[in-house]
Design a binder for this molecule. Structure first.
Ligand code: FAD
Length: 478
């Protein structure tokens, strides 16, 4: 990052920004502000963009004037929730960042088991608010992630098999459109917009709040990790193939291979970690299920002790420090046969850097019971999702780390089922505007999303995202 603020905001922009400043209750941080460098940063330290200004919204009323300024001046605008987007879509060069992170109120209705969440909330805000009621909304596994970006892409985590993706638990959203209107989206109000919000990314407007269905969860649900040193990987992977075929929906597991961070004092070799979470009260049943895996493949170390849901939800935060340089690739897949296991074990052993690793999310259950066309999110039939990631600190390592992840991704591609998850996409610098979303959606879904985009954002004002281009009128089908 360049620590010297760029003071070259031209006079036209200066006067427009001054006008905007008078119309909002939040803060406007321009290039001359000493807070500018901090304000422009996102989670991925490799993303080094210099917006004209960062608008830290003080209320939802700040959204429409900020969108209007961007639209009338043709300035690119980036909408930011938690800033965790790996591709860096929460910031932009020479445009406006609309930062909603100050709006993070969470209202729980325990009687209805619903939760209303403002768009700047993180998973930590949400989990802290639902925990006192022994309720949880299915979200991701790192607590600093923003609810907004996570939800708009899908939301995979420890409750996926029990209760589905985050989007499968979305009941309603409030959206400010690029025209400045506030609209509601649900199954009964603007249902097509509601469909698009459940996996179509931030293309259709700025969401101000999400309403989710929450689920009962014991205060200390049964969770834990089995850790396997390299000499046990073959047995662990083969046993996981069989074990994961035969567990109930309440049990979600994630199999990871990575070099643990130094602070964990687990050595410097890559480790296989099998994490599991049981979303029910019958702990004896869960113990019996994980014991089956334990007997089939005895772990080198195990860490199975009761912790609160919030503690579990932040238990791997230290693996992913803010400011890391990051690049990811992903694919859905069904086979965990000898051929695939050999690739995973070899690639797992090759990754000798702290921070490079991969997760295999076990799918099925509630995830698979949602019809493929019910949401834009792809690959409901897939058995697993593979997310290959790299986090590092030194720019000199960029080329080697990205090359490893790309090569691993390319090797898995023909073995996968072709699914790509929007939220696990890294930045593809050489891609054309529409390329990143092409592998994500079927042709029919992309057409439906493009038609929705034309209805809500025909000028593609919201394009600093995994962008869906507005359909041309000539694309209409009879
Ligand atoms: P931001 O960068 O703030 O926003 C991302 C994009 O979302 C924006 O560019 C914009 O297009 C859109 N957006 C944000 N807010 C709004 C809004 N209010 N209205 C309209 N559009 C908006 N994903 C999972 O599914 N499961 C995981 O377990 C998981 N773990 C992760 C762990 C780490 C360390 C990281 C870096 C990412 C993880 N992700 C996970 C991926 C994550 O879901 C995406 O990176 C997501 O985009 C982050 O959302 P955000 O709000 O933090 O991001």
């Amino acid at each position: 990052m360049n620590s010297q603020p760029d003071r070259t905001t031209d006079s036209t922009h200066r006067s427009l920004l001054s006008q905007l400043r008078t119309r909002i209750s939040g803060e406007l941080i321009d290039r001359s502000d000493p807070r500018y460098d901090d304000a422009r940063r996102v989670w991925n330290g490799m993303i080094d963009r210099r917006p004209i200004a960062v608008v830290r919204a003080g209320s939802a009323a700040d959204i429409a004037p900020t969108l209007a300024l961007a639209a009338t001046q043709g300035l690119p605008i980036a909408v930011r929730g938690g800033g965790h987007n790996v591709a860096g879509n929460g910031t932009v060069d020479d445009g406006i960042v609309l930062d909603l992170s100050g709006l993070h109120d969470v209202q729980v209705d325990p009687a209805r088991r619903t939760v209303q969440v403002q768009a700047g909330a993180t998973l930590a805000h949400l989990d802290a608010a639902t925990a006192p009621y022994n309720l949880a909304v299915p979200v991701g596994v790192v607590s600093g992630t923003g609810i907004a970006g996570l939800t708009l892409g899908g939301g995979v985590g420890w409750l996926t098999r029990a209760h589905g993706l985050t989007v499968d638990n979305l009941i309603a959203a409030e959206v400010v459109t690029v025209a400045g209107d506030t609209v509601q989206a649900s199954e009964t109000e603007n249902p097509e917009l509601f469909w698009g919000l459940r996996g179509g990314g931030g293309n259709f407007g700025v969401v101000t709040s999400f309403t989710f269905r929450a689920h009962p969860l014991p205060e200390r649900p049964f969770t834990g990790n089995f850790l396997y040193a390299r000499d046990r990987w073959a047995q662990a992977l083969a046993s996981y193939e069989a074990w994961s075929r035969d567990v109930p929906d309440e049990l979600t597991s994630i199999l990871t291979i990575l070099v643990p961070p130094a602070g964990m004092q687990l050595g410097t070799d890559p480790l296989l970690m099998l994490g599991f979470a049981w979303a029910a009260t019958d702990t004896a049943r869960a113990e019996e299920l994980v014991d089956r895996m334990r007997r089939a493949a005895p772990p080198t170390i195990e860490a199975v002790e009761p912790v609160s849901w919030s503690a579990w939800q932040s238990s791997v935060d230290a693996f992913f420090p803010k400011g890391s340089r990051g690049y990811w690739k992903n694919t859905s897949f069904d086979r965990l046969d000898d051929e695939v296991r050999a690739v995973l074990a070899r690639r797992g052993a090759e990754q000798s850097w702290v921070g490079t690793g991969f997760d295999i999310h076990h799918l099925g259950g509630a995830y698979a019971r949602v019809a493929e066309d019910a949401t834009p999110f792809p690959s409901r039939a897939a058995r697993f999702w593979l997310n290959i990631y790299g986090f590092w600190a030194d720019p000199a390592e960029d080329a080697a780390r990205m090359a490893f992840i790309r090569a691993f991704g390319a090797e898995m591609e023909p073995l996968g089922t072709g699914g790509t998850y929007l939220n696990f996409l890294g930045e593809e610098r050489d891609a054309d505007a529409a390329a990143p979303v092409r592998p994500v959606y079927s042709e029919a879904k992309l057409h439906r999303l493009a038609t929705l985009k034309r209805a809500y954002d025909p000028q593609n004002i919201l394009r600093r995202n995994h962008n869906v281009l507005p359909a041309a009128a000539s694309d209409d089908t009879e």
